[in-house]
Write a new protein. Structure first.
Length: 310
């Protein structure tokens, strides 16, 4: 389906070198933050208690931190969540406390400070369960990446496969890196969003590469760069319709879905934007740098040797 068609080919590959340099720098920054700062793992992975507390007026975070620190439970986090009246508290697992007892102690203390304090949500996960979830989540991510690599290896010529694989890894690392850079909470829903982004990104790359293959057959006098630019331009209408509709959905979840969907929708939104960018300026550009040409995709027709009649 096309609502409009661009008649003039847009020279995307003219800007590929600059944009790929920016991509490499961004990728290295994301890897550095993941290596040295790490992810702000949610209680599902680390074990402990997460509480969401609401106040009638802006909460005094320092006063709340002082009250929790006095209990001597070790490292904890207190931060605003959504508005200045909503507070998110993350507590480590403490020995001698059964499920929910830490939350009860904290709420008793907070209500003594401010009677308007109201517990909105509490989640408790044991350390053994958290470790198992972290391991299973990492395995799931690796399996999906390997599966996509195998699919691309059979679906396309190897130069396109390498380009699409690099673009997919680029998207995953940047999305996860954003969570490390800004300290956003990385939870199971966010991991699910990252897996969804992988599939979404590879789908966009496959569509562009299919169109490149079609244009190699259709426009035999065009150079490789012209064919790639023409193929990407031909997919713009589809990209605007598809990704525009998807972004409307993810943005609706982001702004109106509440705390439970906030980081899930955020990861999806960032991943979709990166997926569009990487399919055009990373995957297509890498295929061009690897020297993809018409002969890689279209096998030349062998002329039958004419028999000479004596």
């Amino acid at each position: 389906m096309e609502f409009f068609r661009i008649r003039r080919t847009i020279p995307f590959m003219r800007y590929s070198l600059i944009l790929n340099a920016i991509s490499v720098i961004s990728f290295l920054v994301a890897v550095a933050f993941l290596a040295f700062r790490g992810l702000n793992l949610s209680v599902e992975f680390t074990g402990g208690t997460v509480m969401e507390v609401s106040y009638a007026q802006p909460a005094d975070l320092e006063k709340i931190r002082g009250a929790i620190e006095a209990k001597g439970w070790g490292e904890f986090q207190v931060q605003n969540f959504g508005t200045s009246r909503d507070v998110l508290i993350r507590l480590p697992t403490a020995e001698g406390f059964e499920s929910g007892q830490q939350a009860e102690r904290v709420m008793a203390t907070l209500k003594a400070q401010d009677a308007s304090a109201e517990l909105r949500r509490v989640e408790v996960v044991g350390p053994a369960v958290g470790e198992e979830l972290a391991h299973d989540g990492a395995v799931a991510l690796v399996v999906v990446v390997i599966g996509i690599m195998i699919y691309l290896a059979f679906r396309f010529e190897w130069k396109f496969s390498v380009a699409a694989i690099v673009a997919n890894l680029h998207d995953v690392v940047l999305v996860i890196g954003m969570f490390a850079i800004f300290g956003w909470e990385f939870s199971l829903p966010v991991l699910a969003a990252v897996l969804a982004v992988l599939g979404y990104s590879v789908n966009e790359s496959v569509i562009i590469f299919d169109r490149v293959r079609e244009h190699f057959k259709k426009y035999r006098k065009m150079s490789t760069v012209e064919v790639i630019d023409s193929a990407i331009t031909a997919t713009i209408s589809r990209t605007i319709i598809t990704h525009g509709s998807t972004l409307c959905m993810t943005l609706a979840m982001l702004f109106f879905g509440g705390p439970a969907l906030h980081y899930f929708a955020l990861a999806l939104t960032i991943g979709i934007l990166f997926g569009i960018y990487s399919s055009v300026f990373v995957a297509a550009a890498i295929a061009m740098y690897l020297g993809v040409k018409r002969e890689d995709l279209i096998k030349p027709v062998k002329k039958e040797e004419q028999q000479v009649v004596p």
